[in-house]
Design a protein around this ligand. Sequence first.
Ligand code: NAD
Length: 484
Amino acid sequence: MSVNWTEAQIAEVVAKVLSEVGGAPAGGKDWDGSQYCGRKYIGVFETMEEAIDAAAAGYAAIRSMSVAQREKLITSIREYCRAEAPVMAELGVAETKMGRVEHKTAKHLLVADKTPGTEDIVAEAKTGDCGLTLTERAPFGVVGAITPSTNPSETVICNSMGMIAAGNGVVFNPHPGAIATSNYAVDLVNRAVYAAGGPKILVASVIKPTLATADIMYKHPAIKLLVCTGGPGVVRAVLSSGKKAIGAGAGNPPVIVDDTADIEKAAKDIIDGCTFDNNLPCIAEKEVFVFDNVADRLIDGMLKNGCVLLTREQADALAKVVITEKVDPKTGKTKRMVNRECVGHDCNVILEKIGMHVSPDVRCAIAEVPFEHTFIQTELMMPILGIVRVRDIDEAIDLAVKAEHGNRHSAHMHSKNIDNLSRFAKAVETTIFVKNAPSYAGIGFGGEGHTTFTIAGPTGEGITSAKSFTRLRRCVMADHFRII
Ligand code: NAD
């Protein structure tokens, strides 16, 4: 038996079903800042003020929850993140045109598995002749978070898990170039929290985030902590807000390879790290300093791992393409910016821009260049890797430290010489230093330790986790409660 429904009847049924699963259909495109495939995002508002009010109400609701109940919310977010990792990975690549679906899926699974929960919040007790003093980690209240386009949903979910485990509500001002993906993650967190017995909205966002909505967030009295993950401009803006802020800024991670390293392994590890999600992660290898006496073998190893070697002419032509110049109308000065048409794109797509046709299987373009070259000096965030030959460890450390530009973000080294390893680690002063592995070992992917997508070098919290989003409170009991 067939039923000949009219379009209006079908629309009515679809609307009813969708409203039951959490929102009315928004129509239009498959996805935008307010909806995904017709299902309206939960916790995403027209105005920043509404978003802050909703997150504040969510925070008020979880204040009375036990730690065990809060941990259930985190467990639920882990499950939803695992189940919907492929959807967010697809959406992230479709919306931002950056990165690789399989790597973005892996990043979401990493967030689900290795972001700490409430176990990260540990109280301290001090006892003595005068009694007991307890120091506890309390929530700030509502956290305002800025998130990047490079790991959009990963950062929203990872931040949410840590901030909720600490007892906070969260409002996001996501990157305008990744609104649908970021807001999908906001919606996912709310669905997961509600399913586990939490409030309907605990994290919130806006349909159209802008610098103006960010500014409202900075100044709103309900926002007690700002957490910013992004480039230098936005980190500077947040740190000048006058509020307590955590800044996770740009990097330009160098990697040194000395002549004691396992060169074949170093070549593979560097290319695995550098090409992960098309070099979008801020920790990913961005330039190499290799001892002259092993440089040919390293380059050979890289070629065996799916790279193409550019001539100096090709490298110079490409350097002109990956940077764009724009005159600032306010100052009249020319600003050099990394070309967004290249950031996070596949290698073959980038090389097409200088008329080079290579297979889509090519993972990375490598080139021997001088130290001053754009490939060494600029955080390009694309599968292009500049290589500089060095005489010895002194020159390697000197140049690598300079190329890191004082970001104190990440640096990596392949060596079996513990003196060299220690010297570079001390000199470069980065938050993350990975020895003899791909860079992503530094965020718990094939390395020990928890993960984060907010690596706070400038403000010193390091590999952020729930405890980073707490404030310390002391309670003193005079003369009593010692048991010895
Ligand atoms: P971006 O700096 O372009 O933007 C980040 C966010 O800030 C966006 O929401 C953007 O709209 C907003 N923004 C930019 N300038 C602003 C201002 N003056 N005031 C208010 N908001 C502003 O970041 P992106 O290109 O998406 O991300 C890449 C950058 O972020 C790289 O430099 C990368 O190293 C860095 N990053 C750092 C970490 C870390 O953990 N340290 C993680 C991911 C990315």
